[in-house]
Design a protein around this ligand. Sequence first.
Ligand code: XMP
Length: 513
Amino acid sequence: MSRILILDYGSQYTQLIARRVREARVYSEIHPPTRSIEWIRRWLPTGIILSGGPNSVYDEGVPTADPALLDVAPVLGICYGMQVIAQLEGGGVTRAGRREYGRAELEVLSESGLFSGFTRGDEITVWASHGDSVEVPPPGYAITARSANAPVAAFQHESRPIHGVQFHPEVRHTPRGDDILANFLFEICHAKPNWTTGAFIDEEIARIRQAVGTSRVICGLSGGVDSSVAAALVHRAVGEQLTCIFVDHGLLRMHEREQVERTFRSSMGIRLVTVDAADRFLAILDGVDDPEEKRRRIGHTFIDVFEEAAEELGDDVEFLVQGTLYPDVIESVSPRGGPSVTIKTHHNVGGLKPDMKFKLIEPLRELFKDEVRQVGRELGLPEEMVGRHPFPGPGLAIRILGPVTREKLDVLRKADAIYLDVIREAGLYDDIWQAFALLLPVQSVGVMGDLRTYENVVALRAVTSSDGMTADWFPFPPGVLGAMSSRIINEVDGVNRVVYDVSSKPPATIEWE
Ligand code: XMP
């Protein structure tokens, strides 16, 4: 299989490079630039991409590359990656000379290599973001594009397959960026577009079967996309050897438990144990106000309940499936993954103690969210499961501001179901990253049928996002907002006011707690 190695010099766009390569159906992985040359050779890359990065090649202790890297496979350097090539090859990088940020117009000077299919003299728009720039190409290199502020906007070696661009072909603001990347993959590296969901599933099934043998496997289902797809994949590989455990903590959305049971037990024939632990969770949440304390208690109780259920299955359970995705894996290897402030403790549901006795199976650890959805579809999971919005492990507990009670859960569950119903009817569900209702800890005055009411306020939140790290509020048409409000107030007892949250992240977060 063709495989592209991406060395991450710390650019905010590194994940995008990997995505674009995979969208072109070529497998790619991101690794730190500290990988040894022996490691890189053994990895057998079809091509290597050096990402951009925030450093200057002249600073001390900045990441660089072994000169031998340029002979392992064809290389494409992007921004900082291009400057690394220039430095290794004896070209001149100018420090903070002519900066270029944002849109830039570029003149193409070549009709081959990265610019195959382009015409010499073409003016193309690109997205640039650099302080330093290459002013003089290294010996043996030809300039293949230039712009007003970057006389060497792209270069290539005259005979070896080494290329550099001083702009970002991976972002959508570079309209012909896909063509440039495709040229690198297919014209320069001669990669084959053979990374498909079907191929991934076949390979993964073989790998799981080999690892598991005749042992038994458990999987914690949360009802979310990731654990559902992981369970379906492992089930396809080892069938009856898999048992799924679904902890109903009583903090789920309307009909969520029934949906999980129907999909997994009835439609897919997966052995499923549901643990009814609603009372236990309500008890440990009694009177708890602080969001982090809620998360801590839910997380710990979740692990206890899960481990008890796993123990009951017997001693021969050796493996545990987790729905870890690629972005979680990358965070731990990236040079950016340094210490950061904890804004919220995100418990990985099914997250485990360090002395855990199970061996882990993480069949999705190389995939992005949209690829996971694709795998789920191919495995026959229903659309209502694979296309659903993310839902936090602590569930509705962090959407009831203040202490959680059974009554408040009932009110919120109804309001949330109506809200999502209106969104679906308006055909907007798939345009939104995440939408949910919240129950605020305030009461407000209203009038219903000539009587004064003093009841709950429900807040509605809907955001667009690509990864949950940043988000913007979703602009519902006023008529849709009106329908949400009147249906919730009319149909949910105990609610007399609905408000809509128009905050972006940052500075707000997606959830309120
Ligand atoms: P925030 O609120 O931090 O949320 O902007 C970003 C994404 O993470 C989800 N989220 C959680 N997921 N456990 C989870 O499993 C948690 O404690 C948790 N808190 C937030 C949130 O729903 C959004 O998708």
